[in-house]
Design a protein around this ligand. Structure first.
Ligand SMILES: Nc1ncnc2c1ncn2[C@@H]1O[C@H](COP(=O)(O)OP(=O)(O)OP(=O)(O)O)[C@@H](O)[C@H]1O
Ligand SMILES: [Mg+2]
Ligand SMILES: [Zn+2]
Length: 512
């Protein structure tokens, strides 16, 4: 009897580390020793492995078995450790030559009959293995398509432990069994995405949405029930460009960790749209759970849109918790089982009625709420979130007349302008860490990229002097104006661009 060794990958968030899986079979009374921070599911691996090996025709000798997973400090979570541990044990039992499996990475759960079952998180595991220079990884056949999305590593899909044993025995004899080829899946293109063409009227709303899409600005839509806020918000993703390859892999990896990939295993190439219900729990929205820490809605919205409809109805704690990811683009979830980071760089869309009764206030509007109730309602959003929201728009109900007006542009038409405007920003910001206007810090915008003539900023200066606008608000208007100009073909914003930005910015009841 000897030592068997192979590799596995331990995930923390969607980042991973290579783990050496060692098994030692010694003479002595049957006993299993386990070391290296296995969780409950991982610790049960030897039971499943014994049955699976028996049913694959390669029973494991009844001896003293030691399994070691190193480095010991990283938690090993879930049933995906069955396969690497089984392969290390079978190598120790000399079922095949030990050196054959030394440098191969394995992931998969074993059924008692020896079948290899799919697990969550295969894509980030394969990404890690490839990044760390591993050349071959064995994955459950049902996960092969997502594994094959990763370039630079060969993927061996496996259905049954017996097949894998025969394969390693053949390699040990000097044969070269063929590598199974996994085709890259192609994304189905029959998904129906709501189109801007369906929205009647709402010229200002459409314009705001276009600007938000072009500059990456967070947006807040307030207005009476039925005005079309939800409708507009749902159409933001249709204006955004496809994800870049690295972004697509990241987004797909998050869905892989959740076990939420379509069986086709196709790469997610469109920006996701995630709209959690306001009653959703903190872990559901920001991530969490006991044992395996799941990514929440904000991570599912990574590189896409997070839509909080009826925003003031969300739990205050949840709204507070969004502040950190909105600033840093990632969320840190701490639990007894450890600290996990998930990416969460989303574009935020908030929608709300102007007051608890929903009718809103102003001339000729019959609102029954007290001034205090109105203030408290919006106040829930102010501190933590609205600070970061460049666009704050009042959406009015559509008039009867505009219901019969000719239809507006389609999403594709607007998306073309958005792509052009994003191109201009990428060029202007090419030597900076930022890609879109919304991301540029205010002072950098004022001093570095935008030297506006006094004629352009006259109205802004006045608003600042009169105290209508804070300096922070001033910076936000500048960023918006910049996006307005980019959408019109670029150059330096003029007085009209700044004026439009000022209008789109200052409408909200709570504008700062
Ligand atoms: N501008 C519009 N163009 C076409 N249909 C509209 C428009 N505005 C509203 N509607 C119709 O009214 C319905 C309700 O709109 P939507 O849900 O977007 O309103 P809302 O502002 O989100 O209201 P609430 O405050 O009640 O959530 C839509 O499903 C749509 O059928
Ligand atoms: Mg709505
Ligand atoms: Zn009211």
């Amino acid at each position: 009897m000897s030592l068997g060794r192979t590799r596995g990958v331990a995930l923390q968030g969607i980042e991973g580390a290579l783990v050496e899986v060692e098994a030692d079979l010694e003479r002595g009374l049957p006993k299993i020793m386990f070391s290296g921070l296995p969780d409950a599911a991982c610790r049960q691996a030897p039971d499943r492995i014994k049955a699976a090996a028996m049913n694959s025709g390669v029973p494991i000798p009844n001896r003293r078995l030691t399994v070691n997973l190193s480095p010991a400090s990283i938690p090993k979570v879930g049933s995906g450790w069955d396969l690497p541990i089984a392969i290390a044990v079978l190598a120790a039992a000399e079922v095949f030559k030990a050196h054959v499996v030394d440098g191969i990475v394995h992931i998969g759960e074993l059924g008692l009959d020896g079948s290899i079952r799919p697990v969550r998180g295969v894509l980030p595991v394969v990404l890690t293995a490839a990044r760390l220079g591993m050349t071959q990884i064995v994955v459950p056949a049902a996960n092969a398509a997502e594994a094959a999305l990763v370039p630079g590593i060969s993927v061996v899909p496996a259905r049954h432990l017996r097949d894998l044993v025969m394969r390693y025995q053949a390699i040990g004899r000097g044969e070269q069994p063929e590598l199974f080829v996994v085709d890259r899946a192609v994304a189905p293109d029959d998904v129906v995405v709501p189109d801007l063409r369906d929205v009647v009227g709402q010229d200002e709303g459409r314009l705001a949405l276009e600007i938000a899409a072009a500059g990456g600005h967070h947006i807040f839509l307030s207005g009476p029930p039925g005005a079309g806020k939800t409708m507009l918000a749902e159409r933001l993703p249709s204006l955004l460009p496809d994800l870049e390859p690295a972004q697509a892999l990241e987004v797909t990896a998050i869905h892989s960790v959740l076990g939420a990939l379509p069986t086709s295993g196709a790469l997610i190439v469109r920006p996701p749209f995630v709209a959690p219900h306001h009653g959703a729990s903190m872990p559901a929205i920001v991530g969490g759970g006991s044992g395996f820490i799941r990514p929440g809605a904000i991570s599912r919205a990574h590189h896409g849109v997070l839509f909080l409809d009826e925003a003031p109805e969300f739990k205050p704690g949840v709204l507070q918790a969004l502040r950190q990811p909105v600033e840093s683009g990632e969320v840190v979830v701490a639990r007894a089982s450890g600290v996990v980071r998930y990416p969460a760089r989303f574009q935020l869309v908030l929608a709300a009625n102007p007051c608890p009764c929903g009718r809103g206030f102003g001339k000729g509007i019959d609102c029954s709420c007290s001034p205090r109730a109105r203030r408290d309602y919006m106040g829930k959003l102010v501190g933590p979130l609205l600070d970061r929201v460049d666009l704050q728009l009042q959406v009015r109900a559509v008039s009867r007349a505009s219901l019969f007006a000719p239809g507006g542009e389609s999403s594709a038409q607007v998306a073309a302008r958005v792509a052009m405007a994003r191109g201009l920003q990428a060029e202007r910001l090419s030597n900076t860490p930022w890609r879109l206007n919304a991301g540029v810090p205010g002072p950098k915008m004022r001093e570095g990229f935008l030297k506006l003539p006094a004629s352009a900023t006259k109205d802004l200066e006045r608003a600042l002097e009169r105290g209508v606008l804070t300096l922070r608000g001033y910076d936000r208007v500048l960023k918006l104006a910049c996006t307005v100009t980019d959408l019109a073909g670029g150059g330096t914003p003029n007085r009209d661009d700044v004026g439009l930005a000022l209008t789109l910015r200052a409408q909200s009841a709570v504008a700062a």
